[in-house]
Design a protein around this ligand. Structure first.
Ligand code: SF4
Length: 703
């Protein structure tokens, strides 16, 4: 924290890390951000966590890309061998004209030989709404198909699939701040104290005023100290546990008959299905005593107002969609949707994963989740874009695109702000795909692990260097403002994508992101009554906004759902075991995730001075009894091995973790967790099972 007398200007923007979307005031001197303070945004009311407050100086790191780069003809092969301090052995600097020509020229050469499907794109939830919109537009208009996706596929795709299926909308039904009006709240498969820290402060306050907090997670996550019930259920047993809770509500007739009759469908099928899941039968499966399952069921069902929050512990399973279906059914049968203090809220991960998905950066939907298979909808967007029609076939998802590279169907890619060489499951497979690409264009702010594989690298802008809107987990559309200039010749992402589009002959002419936003509004009813000018003036508007004066609706679906007939649906879920169970060779359970100080693949936070100082080393966590059994002291290195590969990593003790489990954060390239993870997919959401794999843990012998 600095001295306000020592700054040139203050600029208001949005924290670039998690989906909470805290508003910040950036204190700038000599074109450098000196310090950051929280301001009174709708989601944070002045609060910030350690990342928002201290994690900003990566934007001034000497590793920032400042000029376009092109791979040298004599470069020593593609792979993770580029030292940021010695990149000249692999790449040469180029002018923007030369780099844009090379980028677009490479794609054009491939499409002439193999057709438009030879090119695919990964956009980013780290970019603005306008940038996400332009990215999907470039792939659809420029190459004629829908093979475009982003990290929602690795995050909450299964939650969105279940919400769209059963309530007709992929976003939250109520803001997390609504917990203020709840009597009871369930937080399941989420660790908000580390991953949504400012939201966690609201959850803690809720308990201080007497709210009942029910935490469910195989790990004893940080909120356990505030919980009325902490259910440390067996990993992968989500559906068994949730069905047992719902079976109690049915058996003890605690459900909301009037709500079910007025607002839902398929109740009788759900009720019949649940008869097989009594808590007494499921207790052994999920590892929670029957009486505690019954107590939780009574607590939630009899409350006046209840909310359900969930994270990637729910979504990142091959049964992730089923997990979310259960949570939706639980809320519906209790009538806990559409009123103050009620609602369904998947805590979105990235700062703009909600907005990027809304903007159409997904292979099956155009903006606002309008299906690509509908001729009328495609025709509408083609008209807005002044383009010819494009494919009516749903596109490939993140992991399917890399599989298509291996199959020789995709030969070139455009990757903006994503880091699949670190974030995808089974990294060896993912990295081999990146190496196999004939023409890879990477647009980023650092020479990421993925940029190591690039043929052309385009230097982009950090969030605090550009104007644009983002949408947080609460459906709040907020405006970010440029506080400092990008370094060197780096440019805003929207401007780079537009320049590439014009190299492809698409004839785009945007002078500012506000013009892109205006175009988005023509195809996105969710943005009705939200204008750039309003956002400039008000800072944030929640969608839906019902009039130019309405700040937006924090709670939706009080009088019906956006489904045919206006009713939400119960979809029964069966128990499906994880794809890879522990056995004699791999006897423990691997689970992965984030930790407080580091953001996703670490490209930003490991270059943020304070955050890197606090958490500098790759680590994994196990129960002290597990370490003792292995003969390992905290701080010792261990080897973790799965059927995909092995890493060596420092061990930590954590009593909150089950004795048959190891937790590994995925931010550290030197011990990349995703070398180990299982690429098996949820069949609906197409999300990999990052939360469960069979693993062997060994002490590394002393020399
Ligand atoms: Fe940033 Fe999320 Fe922390 Fe808020 S809670 S400061 S948005 S990382």
């Amino acid at each position: 924290v600095g001295d306000s007398a020592d700054i040139d200007r203050e600029v208001t923007s949005i924290c670039p890390f998690c989906g909470v979307g805290c508003q910040v005031s950036l204190k700038v001197k000599d074109d450098k951000v000196k310090y950051v303070e929280g301001i009174n945004g709708p989601a944070n009311e002045g609060r910030l966590c350690v990342k928002g407050r201290f994690g900003f100086d990566y934007i001034h790191h000497p590793h920032r890309l400042t000029k376009p780069l092109i791979r040298r003809d004599d470069a020593p092969g593609k792979g993770l061998n580029v030292d940021p301090a010695n990149w000249q052995a692999h790449f040469r600097e180029a002018t923007w004209d030369e780099a844009l020509d090379a980028a677009a020229g490479g794609w054009t050469a491939l499409t002439e030989r193999h057709g438009g499907r030879a090119i695919a794109g990964f956009g980013s939830a780290k970019c603005t709404n306008e940038e996400a919109y332009l990215f999907q537009k470039l792939i659809r208009q420029g190459f004629g198909h829908n093979n475009v996706d982003h990290c929602t596929r690795l995050c909450h795709a299964s939650s969105v699939a279940a919400l769209l299926e059963n309530v007709g909308s992929g976003a939250v039904t109520a803001t997390f701040n609504e917990i203020e009006h709840a009597d009871v709240a369930i937080v399941i498969g989420a660790n908000p104290v580390e991953n949504h820290p400012v939201a966690a402060t609201y959850f803690k306050q809720f308990t201080k005023r007497g709210g009942k907090l029910i935490v469910m997670d195989p790990r004893g996550v940080g909120l356990r100290r505030f919980a009325t019930h902490m259910l440390k259920f067996r990993p992968g047993a989500d559906v068994a546990m949730l069905n047992a809770i719902m079976a109690t509500i049915v058996e003890e007739e605690l459900y909301d008959r009037q709500y079910i009759a007025a607002y839902t469908e398929n109740w009788e099928a759900e009720r019949a299905h649940l008869a097989a899941f009594s808590p007494e039968k499921m207790a052994e499966v999920c590892g929670i005593p029957a009486e505690e399952l019954r107590a939780v069921a009574r607590e939630f069902a009899t409350a006046r107002a209840g909310m359900i929050f969930w994270g990637m512990g729910i979504s990142q399973h091959i049964h992730g969609t089923d997990n979310s279906r259960c949570l939706i059914s639980l809320a519906l049968m209790c009538g806990h949707v559409g009123r103050p203090g009620t609602g369904l809220h998947p805590l979105r991960g990235q700062n703009n994963v909600q907005g990027a998905s809304d903007a159409g950066l997904i292979p099956m939907f155009l903006p606002d989740y309008q299906t690509v298979t509908d001729d009328r909808i495609r025709g509408h967007f083609a008209k807005i874009w002044g383009a010819s029609d494009f494919s009516a076939e749903k596109g490939l998802t993140v992991t399917e695109i890399l599989d298509a590279v291996h199959a020789g169907q995709v030969r070139g890619m455009y990757i903006l702000g994503e880091n699949p060489a670190m974030s995808d499951p089974d990294l060896t497979h993912a990295r081999e795909a990146l190496a196999k690409l004939e023409h890879l264009v990477v647009q980023d702010i650092f020479l990421t692990e993925t940029a190591n594989y690039a043929d052309v690298i385009l230097p982009a802008s950090a969030f605090y260097e550009k104007d644009g809107t983002v949408t947080n987990t609460n459906r709040q559309v907020q405006i970010g403002r440029a506080a400092v200039a990008p370094p060197g010749e780096a440019r805003a992402d929207w401007a780079i994508t537009a320049a590439l589009a014009n190299r492809l002959g698409l004839n785009w002419s945007y002078a500012h992101p506000s013009e892109v936003f205006a175009e988005m509004k023509r195809g996105m009813p969710s943005l009705d009554n939200i204008t750039w000018e309003r956002l400039e003036r008000e800072g944030a508007v929640t969608y839906p906004s019902l009039s130019p004066e309405d700040p937006g609706q924090p709670i939706v679906f009080g009088s019906g759902f956006p489904r045919e007939g206006g009713r939400a649906r119960f979809t029964p879920a069966m128990v499906i075991p994880p794809a890879e169970l522990p056995d004699a060779d791999y006897p423990m359970i691997l689970t992965t995730g984030r930790q407080l100080e580091h953001w996703h693949t670490g490209s930003m936070t490991r270059r943020a001075t304070v955050l890197d100082a606090v958490e500098p080393e790759a680590n994994c966590s196990m129960h002290p009894a597990t370490l003792a059994r292995l003969g390992v002291e905290p701080g010792d290195p261990v080897r973790l091995t799965t059927r995909r590969g092995a890493i060596e990593i420092m061990a930590r003790a954590d009593r909150a973790i089950a004795e048959d489990m190891v937790f590994v954060p995925f931010a550290f390239v030197e011990a990349a967790a995703n070398i180990l993870t299982n690429p098996a997919l949820d069949p609906v959401g197409k999300i990999p099972e990052f939360k469960f794999a069979a693993v062997k843990v060994e002490k590394i012998k002393d020399n």
